[in-house]
Write a protein that binds this ligand. Structure first.
Ligand SMILES: *[C@@H]1O[C@H](CO)[C@@H](O)[C@H](O)[C@H]1NC(C)=O
Ligand SMILES: *[C@@H]1O[C@H](CO)[C@@H](O)[C@H](O)[C@H]1NC(C)=O
Ligand SMILES: *[C@@H]1O[C@H](CO)[C@@H](O)[C@H](O)[C@H]1NC(C)=O
Ligand SMILES: *[C@@H]1O[C@H](CO)[C@@H](O)[C@H](O)[C@H]1NC(C)=O
Length: 150
């Protein structure tokens, strides 16, 4: 119960931190309202560039974002679908240590880029590592297009 109370108490801090991160013209992202051990939230760009951040392209509406983890974080998995502006949020209860998440997890978008822009590739994935924003909240480092391997 103490752990839960402290998680509730930091929601305001998280909101303020996110507001300041996004103060540079990024689309607003709602702070998480559901209690969870881990929150991953961010923006999926509709583009096939590298290290893409918020604002580098239109949002990828309806992109299915998978959280994939290995090794120490292998028990962690989650999916989320981006909204109409390409924003997504996933909240997970997990026993995996937060300290192992950034090093062992990545975000993978398998939804074809051609579904948001017909001139973009119909195969391949968008992938991004994670960085800890604050407390329990992780952001994508920046999505990059990965062409199919075969
Ligand atoms: C995490 O667990 C808490 C306490 O059991 C619960 O209230 C909350 O809804 C759970 N969150 C998710 C995302 O499953
Ligand atoms: C996420 O979606 C993929 C592909 O649809 C599925 O294989 C996987 O089981 C899902 N994972 C979770 C945690 O829902
Ligand atoms: C679709 O992608 C092409 C190639 O990257 C780009 O030039 C064009 O502006 C994009 N269209 C939209 C609506 O974003
Ligand atoms: C991105 O997509 C465009 C249009 O399909 C293609 O010409 C370009 O080579 C792609 N770039 C990469 C890095 O795959």
């Amino acid at each position: 119960m103490m752990a839960m109370a402290s998680k509730g108490g930091i929601l305001l801090v998280i909101g303020v931190a996110i507001a300041s991160v996004l103060a540079s013209g990024a689309p607003p992202v709602q702070p998480p309202r559901i209690p969870a051990d881990l929150v991953v939230m961010g923006f999926v760009p509709c583009n096939n560039g590298t290290s893409m951040r918020t604002g580098s392209a239109p949002g990828f509406a309806g992109a299915v974002v998978q959280l994939r983890c290995t090794d120490a974080a292998a028990d962690l998995a989650a999916n989320a679908t981006a909204d109409g502006k390409g924003r997504f949020r996933m909240a997970v209860n997990t026993t995996v240590a937060l300290s192992s998440v950034a090093g062992h997890c990545e975000l993978v978008v398998g939804t074809p880029l051609a579904s948001c822009n017909a001139t973009l590739p119909a195969s391949g994935t968008l992938r991004s590592g994670l960085r800890l924003l604050v407390s329990i909240v992780f952001f994508p480092r920046g999505f990059s297009y990965v062409a199919p391997s075969a």
